[in-house]
Structures are given as C-alpha cells and as structure tokens.
Design a protein around this ligand. Sequence first.
Ligand code: HEM
Length: 385
Amino acid sequence: MFWILINCFGISVCIWVYYKWTRVKRYWAEKGVPHLTPHPILGSLSFLQRENPGVWMRKIYENHKHPYLGVWWFWRPALIVNSPDIARNVLVKDFPVFRDRFLSSGKTDPIGGLNLFTTNDPLWSWIRRRLAPIFTASKLRALQNLFDTKSKELIQRINNEKDKTKINLKIVFTDFTTDIIGIASFGIASDSTLTGEGPMRTVTHGFMNFDLYRGLCWSNIEVSEDVIVAQAAAFVLGGFDTSGSSLTMAIYELAFHPQIQDKLYKEIKQEVDDGTGILNVTKLAEATYLNCVIKETLRKFSPMGWLDRVALNDYRVDENLIISAGTPVYINAIGMQYDPELFPEPERFIPERFLPENKMDIKSFTYMPFGDGPRNCIGQRFAVL
Ligand code: HEM
C-alpha cells in the first residue's frame, strides 16, 4: 500500500511538472512574440556555459530583426528589447512602471540586496536622492589633486615595471580606479596604484568605521549599517571594474591606432596642458577628441551591455503585446551599439562618430553605455573624469 501511494505521488508530480513545462514553453508563442527555444531547465540561460552575455545579446540582436524577443530565465519569461522607441518608453516615459531592477541578491544578502544598484522602491528613491549630490561638478573639481597624485603614481608604477613589454593593464588600471573611488567617495587612503595591494578590503572595512550617515532616519526608513555598507560595495563594485576595464580597452584600441593616439596626444598637449604639469579637470572635460575616444571605447566595450528593469504592473509594449506584472525587461544596448545601420562599420574604432558635427547621426536611445532615465549610472561624470 505504502509503495502504491509513493508511486501515485511520483506520477502526479511528473504530470504536474510536465503540464507546467508545456505551459511555460508556450508562453511567448501564445502572446505572438518571437522567441528562443527554451532549454527544459535553464530556459534561455544555457548560453551561460559557453558565451559572454554581451556577445549573446549582440547575436540576439543580429539574428532576430524584431523590436523584441521572448526568452526565459530558467522558467521565468523575460523580454529583450531591441528597439530605441520601446527603450525610451521603458527607461524614461513610463519610468514609474519600470523603477525596479529584476537583478537582486535576495533578502538574505544585505550587501548584495540593499545597495543602490539592486535595491528597489521605496529604499531606492531614498538612497538615490541622498547620493546624487556626491557627484556634482563642484565636488568633482575638488578632486583635481587626487586625480593628479594618483595619475603620477600610475606613471611611476608603469615605470617601475621590470618588463614594460608585458604589463597587465587590467590589474594596473583597476588598482588605480579602486584607489580613486575609495578616496573620493569615502576618504579612505589607499596605496594600491603604487603597490597593488589589498584595496577593496581596505575600503569595505574602512567604510564600516565611517559614520556620516550612521543612525539617520527619514520617512520611516531606518538606515542600518547594512544599508550604508551596501552603498560602499555598490560604488566600489559598480565603479572600479567598469572604469578600470574601460581604461584598459581605450589603451588597447589606441595601441592599434597610432594615428588616433597622435591626434589625442596633440589635443591634450595643446588644450589641456597649461605648462604646470597638472591636468586641469575642467579643460579635460571639454577636450572634444578625448571625449570622442572615451565614447567610442564605451560603444565597443560597454562594461554593461544591457539595462535591466522589471514591470511593476501589466504593461502595453505596443499594439500587439501586453506583458504581465513582474516580467523582467532587458534593453539590448550593446546590440544597438553594434548595429551597422546605426553605427556604420561597428567593428572599427572610429572616435569621429562622436564629434559634435556628427551628433545628429546618433539616434536617441541607441547609445547607452551609462544607461538612461532616472535610474541611469549615478557615477557617470565621475567615471568619465
Ligand atoms: C566606465 C564606467 C562605468 C560604466 C560604463 C557604468 C555603467 C553603468 C550602467 C549601464 C548602469 C545601469 C544604468 C541603467 O540601468 O540605466 C550603472 C548603474 C550604476 N553605476 Fe555605473 N558605470 C560606470 C562607473 C561607475 C562608477 C565610477 C560608479 C560609482 C562611483 C558607478 C556606480 C553606479 C551605481 C551605484 C549604479 C546604480 C544606479 C541606480 O540603480 O540608481 N558606476 N552604471
């Protein structure tokens, strides 16, 4: 009798799973949305074992010429958006529906789940308002000495390398960006640009002792130590690797394009260098060609190639599609940044695309290395500097 019950239970579970799976895999077809064929367990995530997500996003864009595509994160249906018009609606026009990100580490991980990047409303709005003044133009100008000192240390570090033909730029640049973010955001002195040692641990430990916001209470939101430390983690993690890898890729491209390197060097010598040996950050921000080189680097090598949001309620995407509340939506920014109709010869490094006279050729919401709308990158100006 016992074994008959066990068998019946097993068969019922199998039938239920099969029924559920057939419903899951029909989800996008029933809505008339072009979609990938899901793997029975991983959904569309089977690519993770084989491919970089940015490369996968580009392939999706190239192979599916449609404004959107249905995918599955395991069994959860999600929508990838390839259209600048829908991107504008999601990121800006209908922002109240898409305030939240799908990405989160869950409630059991306070550092991963409570930081500005992963947290959702009402905490997100509160933190965002409080952190916005950290990166104003005047605050950034005040960092001139820091940028200067650390840049000199960077040169010294490179000069100290025994074999200058084999320098691991990614490591050197992330030591440099970690130092700058640690000092600029939290006042924590660190020597990793020169020595390459222990920067992130120092920042995170040090921030535990930094008590500017500690104990603050506003609009019924208690700011616990976890919330404060989570912001340190967001800035360090969101900032040091993105800007470090962007510097690395800029230098990589410049190495392959000596004529671009010469043009850039001349601009910096003529317009930025005032003979004091100190780079003026205000002039740096205005250096046209330098900014074009940065923008083109970020077009080709966006550290985050897609923008993650989740629909708070049922939402009409266009006349053919309504997505349900809770559907994750991913704007395929890297796909658009490699579209030859939007950026001709996308594989080539052409900073001139971003010259002021060519600005009109770049369609809105097709170039978004820092995201867009109220939830864009809070560190953008700092990162570019
Ligand atoms: C080249 C460097 C960087 C790139 C390409 C980059 C890119 C991005 C992107 C694409 C987003 C998502 C925007 C969206 O969903 O619309 C983002 C968010 C964010 N970034 Fe950056 N970032 C960079 C540097 C930095 C730096 C230096 C910091 C901090 C010091 C930083 C802190 C953040 C934070 C906290 C968020 C979450 C904002 C929110 O959800 O309100 N990032 N970044």
